[in-house]
Design a protein around this ligand. Structure first.
Ligand code: RIB
Ligand code: CA
Length: 310
């Protein structure tokens, strides 16, 4: 079976780490590169965490590139109240001794997009600053990237504000540029990611595995349990695993063609992904698919199965 070439752009927080560990064990995927961006935590932490999580997965061969340490226009707003001061909820894992890559994320992504022209699936699971910068610096990248499977946005609601999901809220200007770039976008917003959760039995099962990846899961989610209660979610939402697992198992998800514009001016609505899903008036620019549902049993079972292998 020909593997799908995948690039993951991450602000390596707690659920990002789950997504990386899951991606490394999905036989359908070949992870051809990872880039770090500031969001949940600083760029320095996101870069180190991505390197260390990949080393924990036994995949020091996957190169990690550092990108933006702040959004395009506004100041960086971090979610350390959810992901802790080190980005991994305070959990510590061994440092990777892989060589440190000097090339910037947007340049490395451009090179890989040309190498896998027309095939590369990019999974941004943090703010879209690196992706927007790659498009601005290398405009022809839009001809090479097959699709962006984005964790971000919400057709309805928000988490960081009543209107906005964190990844888009942090860098709405980057998101607007990316959604309008012409690259097809599959949007995995809160609409579907809050349904992609691990319940208490799932959490207990993974936490009891007694392997390094499962220990990281056990030790890093403390603040997320509090977020789950505050936001009244049914379990531990594995937001960032949605784009990754969709890439391997698209039939587990349900989505609809849509136009998505991002609010970059509003005071109250800043960072909202305005979706024309349910309105008669449709946007002119419509090359997105907004996902609303997932087969949670298959989703959670796959994550549990993968964590048993570590
Ligand atoms: O809103 C959820 C998103 O924000 C996830 O990507 C999480 O890691 C945080 O970055
Ligand atoms: Ca993330």
């Amino acid at each position: 079976m020909k593997k799908i070439p995948v690039w993951i752009d991450t602000d390596t927080g707690v659920d990002d780490a789950v997504a990386l560990l899951v991606a490394c064990r999905l036989e359908e995927l070949e992870i051809v590169g990872v880039s770090a961006v500031a969001g949940n935590t600083s760029l320095e932490n996101a870069f180190r965490n991505a390197r260390d999580v990949l080393a924990l997965a036994g995949r020091k061969d996957i190169k990690v590139y550092a990108g933006a340490d702040r959004p395009l226009v506004i100041d960086l707003y971090k979610a350390e109240y959810v992901h802790g001061s080190n980005g991994l909820g305070g959990a510590t894992i061994p440092l990777s001794d892989a060589p440190v890559e000097e090339m910037k994320a947007w340049d490395a992504l451009y090179e890989k997009a040309k190498e896998y022209s027309g095939e590369l699936v990019v999974c941004p699971v943090g703010p879209l600053t690196n992706i927007a910068t790659a498009i601005a610096k290398h405009p022809d990248i839009v001809d090479h990237i097959k699709v962006l499977n984005v964790m971000g946005g919400a057709a309805d609601g928000g988490n960081v504000s009543p209107c906005a999901e964190f990844n888009i809220y942090v860098d709405p200007h980057a998101a607007e540029n990316v959604f309008k770039s012409g690259i097809p976008v599959n949007m995995f917003g809160l609409d579907v990611t809050i349904k992609a959760y691990l319940d208490d039995d799932d959490i207990a099962e993974i936490s009891a595995n007694g392997n390094p990846a499962s220990d990281l899961f056990r030790d890093s989610n403390g603040l997320l349990y509090a977020a789950r209660e505050r936001l009244r979610w049914n379990g531990l939402c594995e937001h960032d695993s949605c784009p990754v697992i969709y890439t391997a198992h698209p039939d587990w998800f349900t989505g609809y063609d849509c136009g998505v514009y991002v609010e970059t001016q509003g005071k109250i609505s800043m960072g909202k992904t305005v979706c024309d899903l349910w309105t008669d008036t449709k946007f002119e620019d419509r090359h997105c698919k907004v996902f609303l549902d997932v087969d949670r049993d298959k989703f959670s079972s796959l994550i549990k199965e993968i964590y048993r292998t570590y």
